[in-house]
Design a protein around this ligand. Sequence first.
Ligand SMILES: Cc1ncc(C[n+]2csc(CCOP(=O)(O)OP(=O)(O)O)c2C)c(N)n1
Length: 363
Amino acid sequence: MTALSPQFLPEHGAAVPRSVLLPDGTPRPGVVPSLDDDQVVAALELMLLSRAFDEKAFSLQRQGRFGTFSPVHGQEASVVGSAFAVEPGHDWIVPQYRELPALLRHGLPLESFMQTFMGDPRGGAIPPGVNLLPIQIGLAAQLPQAVGLAWGRRLRGDDAVVLVYVGDGASSEGDFHEACNLAGVLRAPVVFLLQNNGWAISTPRSRQSAAATLAARAPGYGFPGVLVDGNDLLAVHAVVAEAVTRARAGDGPTLVESLTYRVGAHNTADDPSRYVPGDALREWQERDPLSRVRGYLRARGSWDDEREIHAAERIRARIDAAVRVVESTPPPGAPALFDHVSAQLSDRQRRQRADLLAQPETT
Ligand SMILES: Cc1ncc(C[n+]2csc(CCOP(=O)(O)OP(=O)(O)O)c2C)c(N)n1
């Protein structure tokens, strides 16, 4: 039995993805995990934080205290497993917009992320030494930037690797092709983590591409494509770690297709019950990535109910503290709209800023 059998993947074709853990968390015979127990515990706590934050963000959004947010629910193993394969402070992460736990792992304060969604543009400032690009809403625009960043680091003589996230829908954009093509030609040290979560809002994967798998596109660009069970933390970590090793050694890019499922809504403005079939949703709910890691750790004596309760308490306290900090921070004032937009303001922008400052109600 494989961890992700083809019958669970009606719209993904019959290719069998790489897996390490069976759905109950039992390792496949002969597979050596690429993370030790302390690391898996840290990864599980980050997955739990992400799940709790999804709920909090929905609640705050419904109260008018938070903007439009895209939850990670169902994709935690895909995001966290990949993020654990790159080194914070040395490697780079270039997100799409559904990767909060990867950003936290790489050093972004939760408060900064929240500020962005609570209308404070200062949240977009990434602290020095935190190797992240901002979240990207314009689909696939992050990909050419990631390739440029990777190639730039290589030209400067360091061995940093860039991990860039992209959705199945965004992979139909021209920027995806251009980025992969250039990365292959340059042998840029970049790992494309394509999160195939089955949907691009209400457009199913089957309408994105006639290819049996999205990973199958990679050889056309001259580099490997790997299909992995995206609900299997240890499989995602192992596959991305191998791709990072290749990239660091100068052997070029890898396209990793992480097969997962968007169990929740596209975002806080979406109603998936109008288009996601109930039976597919139920099948994927049973494949919960958190339960699989819990099962694995419990069998090794590294997780139990008490640890779960303590982790939940710590997480709740951390999220509540972040909400308090952001909500008690005085707003920056309207002229902040002009800060950090470009290195130097144009004459027109300077005039607009002065006009804004001249208005009595502007703080
Ligand atoms: C260039 C562009 N076109 C359209 C949109 C509107 N849009 C926002 S999210 C989205 C779906 C993206 O799906 P996918 O890349 O699979 O990522 P997911 O949201 O499923 O994680 C679309 C069409 C956009 N943001 N940018």
